[in-house]
Design a protein around this ligand. Structure first.
Ligand code: ADP
Length: 453
């Protein structure tokens, strides 16, 4: 079945992709199993070299990959180039893993006891539309490094860069059956990956609703899962911080990728005694966000990904919404939405639900305890920022906020060298960091009895 793809900046169909069906998934699993058995026997240094060759192939196609993401997902070209470069960097990072994935030798009275990190087999990676390239590589690079085969199902709206990465892997010399891209519907291809007994693990990134379904379905086979789900992260601004910097960077913290970011700091919490001043500083910062043609190098924020998603985001800003101020956005065709700042009450659905668009709420708080309680008053727990010049407070609040990735005086969330993942309903397990390949292995213990002479 052919599926139309729409350029979010124009609203027009620009190409279509062929969706695969459940039978094609079954066939892909069979080929992946055979490829994985061969790959697991490849010497660690050779596996490392294969991943480096794949990284080099990505490096040679940064511009092409970025251009695809500009058209398919509406990402600003500078961001899309960063994302393609990130794929190369993550591949290079995990190319160091095959030769370092060492087990342990455990002391015993007589004999030898050792652990091995055995690959799981075939891994299914189901990705969302917001960051197609980074989220795909966070799954496939450590999984391949640990000796697995990978089947990736990209989101229906944004499959093009993932399909191209699959081709680049094969062009770089990787067995094409080792990394297969399966474009298709979640309910068909995604569902078959979760239910197929030959798929040992699912790495799913997407909405919490679908994530719960993945977890429940995978439970039937005790299938391993890693889940990266929604977020409603706080950006906590204390009165002792560099207020100018906190206000100047807050738009980036939430409007990057048009707010379609599970790490978006979509709730700004500001200490009451600096609230008015912060809002005075935030208004020009929001007005200064350059929203427009994603192909332009000046653009900081592009359109939303699709019409249905635009409608969902717009539902959080009805005519009587408490809008403090807005930035600008193009009018006309395309799924444009201006950066929008709301000042609702604490129980409004714009404060409690993930919007996944360029809409931020600002709430005042009284003291540190109030800030922590507000930050934690959510089912999510992915990331967050704390602005303070008092580093004791910065560390204390970081430890108290129930989230997986916090930053003090920064909005940094994702570095491939550090673990990434959520508390509570933001997810299960961690991606990235040096230990990520371990999540694609089973630990096996072998005891060898030694006969006494
Ligand atoms: P969104 O609502 O933002 O599109 P989803 O969580 O539904 O997010 O989608 C994330 C990924 O999960 C997409 O690749 C989608 O096709 C896939 N997906 C959706 N439904 C299912 C399902 N029942 N089983 C497996 N994957 C699914």
């Amino acid at each position: 079945m052919s599926h139309d793809l729409i350029n979010p900046a124009t609203g027009a169909v620009f190409t279509s992709v062929q969706h695969v069906d459940a039978a094609a998934v079954d066939d892909a699993v069979r080929r992946a199993q055979a490829a994985q058995r061969r790959w697991a026997r490849v010497a660690p240094a050779e596996r490392a070299a294969a991943l480096r060759a794949f990284a080099a192939s990505v490096d040679a196609h940064i511009g092409e990959l970025a251009a695809l993401e500009v058209t398919n997902a509406g990402h600003p070209v500078s961001a899309a180039e960063w994302e393609a470069g990130h794929v190369r960097d993550v591949l290079q990072f995990y190319a160091g893993s095959p030769e370092r994935l060492a087990g342990k030798q455990i002391p015993v009275a007589s004999g030898l006891d050792v652990t091995f990190h055995e690959p799981l087999g075939v891994v299914g990676v189901i990705t969302p539309w917001n960051f197609p390239m980074p989220i795909a590589v966070w799954g496939f690079a450590p999984a391949l490094a640990a000796g697995n085969a990978v089947l990736i199902k990209p989101a229906e709206w944004t499959p093009l860069t993932t399909l191209r990465l699959g081709e680049l892997a094969a062009e770089s010399g990787l067995d094409p059956d080792l990394l297969q891209v399966l474009p298709g519907a979640g309910a068909v291809v995604g569902e078959r990956l979760i239910t197929h007994p030959g798929v040992a693990k699912i790495v799913f990134t997407g909405s919490t609703v679908t994530g719960k379904h993945v977890l429940a379905t995978a439970a039937a086979q005790v299938k391993r899962v890693t889940l990266e789900l929604g977020g409603k992260s706080a950006n906590i601004v204390f009165d002792d911080c560099d207020l100018e910097q906190a206000a100047a960077t807050a738009p980036y913290g939430v409007f990057d990728n048009a707010g379609q970011d599970c790490c978006a700091r979509s709730r700004i919490l500001v200490q009451r005694n600096v609230y008015d001043r912060f809002m005075e500083l935030l208004e020009p910062a929001v007005a200064g966000v350059t929203v427009g043609d994603p192909a332009s190098r000046d653009t900081e924020m592009g359109p939303l990904v699709s019409r249905p998603h635009w409608e969902k985001v717009a539902s959080y800003v009805p005519d009587d919404a408490p809008v403090a101020f807005r930035g600008t956005a193009p009018t006309g065709d395309g799924f444009w939405f201006p950066p929008t700042v709301l000042t609702p009450n604490r129980t409004d659905r714009s404060v409690t639900e993930e919007i996944f668009g360029p809409v931020v709420t600002v709430l005042p708080f009284d003291d540190e305890a109030d800030a922590i309680a507000l930050a934690n008053d959510t089912a999510y727990g992915l990331s967050g920022s704390i602005w303070t010049e008092n580093l004791s407070r910065g560390l204390r609040v970081s430890r108290a906020v129930e989230a997986g990735n916090l930053s003090v005086n920064s909005h940094s969330s994702v570095r491939y060298t550090t673990p990434f993942g959520g508390f509570k309903q933001s997810g299960l397990g961690r991606e990235l960091g040096p230990d990520a390949p371990l999540a694609f292995t089973e630990t096996k213990n072998v005891f060898i009895a030694v006969k006494e002479m």
